[in-house]
Design a protein. Structure first.
Length: 392
């Protein structure tokens, strides 16, 4: 018996214990690997960083107010809109059935789309909701709209009917700036109609939530020639406009602590420095840094800085395509430490979007990498070339 215990059972127990411990270690490692492999630009990361923005938009919709999401990074804006669409029941609670959310990516629409086709697309979720109830007043009102090519007159009748039924259509228009490249929608009938439909009833049964990389005032400038004597088409969005700017050090620490990786204080300081506390740039830098640690780079932070610089150059060049020439000039002037006293509106916008900050009464670029890029001659020339080509 003693021999059996000594030579068989005890060694077996040792082996089984070792296997059990190894499995636990492997499970923890796999769990951590999976956590680290989650792209921080995925919805959970974005929504954690933009939780207040989401809550503000939900409150606006619940009170019948339209609004705008303004930010330089399209993916961040899109994720917020899609989160609203996909989490409607969670966000709007027991009254969610009253809200009909319609998501449209303007860049995916035909360049030749007209007003009839636009509203046919926009009202598709409403039509689908009542398709099986052909006797409902909403179904009949929609059919009347369709038969009359979705003219503003009949759209208003549909809106009034929705109000009477206690319903609210939430029209979420992603990449709204792309409307400027849809010639058949660039007219007073479309923009004026959109404004009247969304703002002539209180609370409004139509909420328009746009997502765009342009500040509202810039869109005013680009559409003022359509009807110089009229008030700006998007003035009904101004009160509900939210800008995706920076977040605090404390908020960033919380985000990084939830990333599944044990970042050091030096790591966190570095990530804040290169991102300028902007959540989207933080996401990009975090992914690169985690990858550098996984690859056992000799100096993960410097490796990340170099790779992030290349990615940031690509991002900034893309942003320049949508900023006005004055906005680009202001950014580059701040990076170079030049006088920007004549760019008050542009300074305010860049500050709200988190690209610049004021320290010791001096404006400077928030991200250290973006600051370096703003001083780079090639980047400056790229900006000039972009706007030269656009002008042509």
């Amino acid at each position: 018996m003693l021999t059996f215990l000594t030579y068989f059972l005890l060694p077996l127990l040792v082996i089984l214990t070792a296997i059990y411990i190894a499995m636990i270690i492997l499970k923890v490692k796999i769990s951590k690997e999976q956590s680290l492999s989650d792209d921080p630009s995925s919805p959970p990361f974005t929504i954690m960083a933009r939780g207040k923005t989401v809550r503000d938009i939900v409150e606006q919709i619940q009170t019948g107010q339209s609004g705008a999401i303004i930010g330089a990074f399209s993916r961040e804006r899109t994720l917020i809109l899609k989160y609203l669409e996909e989490r409607k029941e969670q966000l709007f609670g027991a009254q969610n059935y009253k809200f009909i959310l319609s998501f449209l990516d303007i860049s995916a629409l035909s360049k030749t789309i007209n007003q009839t086709q636009f509203w046919e697309n926009a009202l598709e979720p409403l039509q689908a909701k009542f398709a099986s109830d052909t006797n409902s007043v909403i179904f009949k009102a929609h059919e009347l709209c369709r038969e009359n090519d979705f003219s503003n007159r009949y759209l208003d009748k549909l809106i009034v009917q929705m109000k009477q039924e206690g319903l609210r259509l939430v029209l979420m228009l992603d990449r709204f700036e792309e409307l400027l490249h849809r010639p058949q929608l660039m007219n007073e009938e479309f923009f004026g109609g959109l404004r009247v439909l969304a703002s002539s009833h209180h609370p409004s049964p139509l909420c328009v939530v746009i997502a765009t990389n342009e500040p509202v005032w810039q869109f005013h400038e680009e559409t003022k020639d359509l009807n110089p004597l009229s008030s700006p088409y998007l003035n009904f969005l101004e009160a509900g406009a939210v800008t995706l700017g920076t977040i605090s050090d404390v908020e960033i620490d919380k985000l990084l602590d939830k990333s599944g990786y044990n970042f050091t204080d030096d790591d966190k300081h570095f990530l804040k420095e290169v991102s300028g506390n902007h959540p989207y740039l933080l996401q990009v830098a975090t992914v690169i840094l985690i990858s550098a640690y996984r690859d056992k780079e000799e100096n993960p932070i410097e490796t990340t800085r170099a790779l992030f610089f290349d990615k940031a150059e690509e991002l900034l060049t893309n942003i320049f395509k949508f900023w006005s020439p004055r906005l680009c000039e202001t950014f580059i002037s701040v990076a170079q430490g030049l006088d920007v006293s004549t760019f008050k509106r542009e300074i305010k916008e860049l500050n709200q979007q988190g690209f610049i900050k004021q320290e010791n009464e001096q404006w400077q670029v928030s991200s250290s990498v973006f600051a370096d890029l703003g001083k780079d001659k090639m980047v400056q020339e790229a900006c000039k070339q972009i706007h030269t080509n656009i002008a042509i």
